[in-house]
Design a protein around this ligand. Sequence first.
Ligand code: DGJ
Length: 692
Amino acid sequence: MRARTWHLGDARQSLVLASFADRLPEVVYWGPSLPDSEDLNTLAAASVTDVTGGMIDANAPVSLNPEASLTFPGQTGLTARDASGRPLAPSFRFESETASEHGLTLVFTDSSLGLRLGFELTLTPDSSLLKLQTRLDSADEIQVDWLAAPVLPAPAHLGEMIEFSGRWCAEFLTRRLPFAPGARLRDNRTGRTDHAHFPGLIVCGAETGNTCGEAYAFHYGWSGGHRMVAEELADGRRQIQFGHASAAMAPGHSFRTAPLYATYSPAGLNGAAVLFQRHVRDHLVKGARSPRPVHYNCWEAVYFDHRLDDLKSIATRAADLGAERFVLDDGWFGRRDDDTSSLGDWVIDRRKYPDGLTPLIEHVRALGLEFGIWFEPEMINEDSDLHRAHPDWVLGPADQTRGRQQLVLDMSRDDVRNYLYDHIANVLANNDVGYIKWDHNRVLPVVDSDQTEGVYALLDRLREAFPDVEIESCSSGGGRIDFGILERTQRVWLSDSNDALERQRIQHDAALFLPASVTGSHVGPRQCHTSGRILDIGIRAWTAAQRHMGFEMDPRELTPAEADTLRQVTVWWKANRDWMMRADILRLDSADPAVIAEQQLSQDGGRFAVFAAQIRTSDQILPQPLRLTGLDPEATYRITLTNRGDVSRLSRGAPLLKDRDLDVSGRYLMSRGLNLPWRFPQTIWVLEGRRL
Ligand code: DGJ
């Protein structure tokens, strides 16, 4: 049977689509780049599967939107009802195709139902990510309960998936699950990306590691809660669906999914991770300050207790340690002495700042630091002038359960967005502010995609008016991290956990999608406020230096020795940030599960830094060799143990790196690996490598 075929491809991967008899297209190939000689019609013909007893006479395809009308034996790509509530089961036929520079748009219609289904398919240049969106238009008003972004198959030979869960202070938890008949469903109905539901998935084999094996990775770029279906059909075929959380969209005529980003990697999890990292860093994020300034945030130093003199002396101390940006966190507005009041009243608290923010800002600026300020625009406290004036601006029912004693503003309303724009713009226009920390501290009372569109619109308007003001996305730490918010912001607050050990794990797993340049990481107080753990300044400082570095403790608590270490690590970070903030983060397959290790490799491959954190005591007494990755096997590299001064007195032997540098081939480093000195738990080795 003749088919229409399409090919999206580059040197890394090929995606081949075929539409038989003008029906919705299906992926007939997705994997390593195909040769130019490949005949797409042959691939289409070769994709046809057999039929045997106990089956209907043709297998309904895993099309870009599997159709109920074809008796698809799994989750369909669309669930919709007409105005009377009758389920719609469209049968789409080809209408048009439009090629663009890096992709194509395919449109299919069901004229009897007045429906048009469009697929926008792009392969991003350089970063090699498939960016896929579905659009549905209806002549009549309809209710759409589920609309999948273009649906992709998962291959039969890779039997596992890595999915993401988590919680406050433990974002990006990964879990490996085997595929099994039936659907693995995630339906995040929190109305935000959420700590527990990072919208990602990786399909891989049991043998896939960070540096080896195949992987197919997916991310849904949306901040309003997503639904994922990873399904193995009874016949063995597998499909991956992503879209907005179910029933999140109001009745209407037009519906569009967020972009689904997907990529194939023949080179382990890292092969996909670096493409996501590069896409965020080089294409998605716009207007990020370069070099990335060393950050200071005062939250864990003062909380709501804002006193001008204290803040000034903290800023002075932070600057002395190397900070280049000072962020005034929650507590500067309304009458915000704790978290029970004032959200919505975005006017400076004259009790705390009788002369406005100017004296603090002038002090900070005189130290040479940029000034940043905290907002939580989408939220409102009942104890606020805003709520007293506009109780009707609240989203959801009046008797809803509060979250952190607060309610949510209805961001789909023009008047709400205008109010917020005016108040935030007023602060930005009248003060020398270069940075906003944009917080969001509760889940939504209702699932509502218009809320997310409203937030995006407000962010876009502010960015347009104040293009030099950077914005950090925070949501009780990492509750709103996704490519939708990163199109509008320049940094994410990865977690409220400043515990360096926990942070090591969170950073490591977040690097499956996030580059260092957007990932905030702060040196917290000596005794961590969220874990109670007391950690040495060495691991605290180096952990922050692995990402966009910052401090968040009261710097006046530091002993002279601690301050010295922090100053030195900060100097090191500044000397290396130009290449490190553009480097690929490669997760290393540590032979010792007590060690979390990564290698940051410069764009030209000429230098790298390795961070190997001893999270807990190892089972084996000898440190296991640490194998590197991504190097030229034929080249020679000079390896330096950067913090060799941290060798403990219990390291009695003579591993070479303890005393001198090592010149070895990339092959040796990647095959045999490095012997490191024995070390205490909760410490870290930092190595630097240069190609000779
Ligand atoms: C939650 C954030 O994650 C913290 O960093 C801090 O900004 C507080 N909110 C302020 O209320």
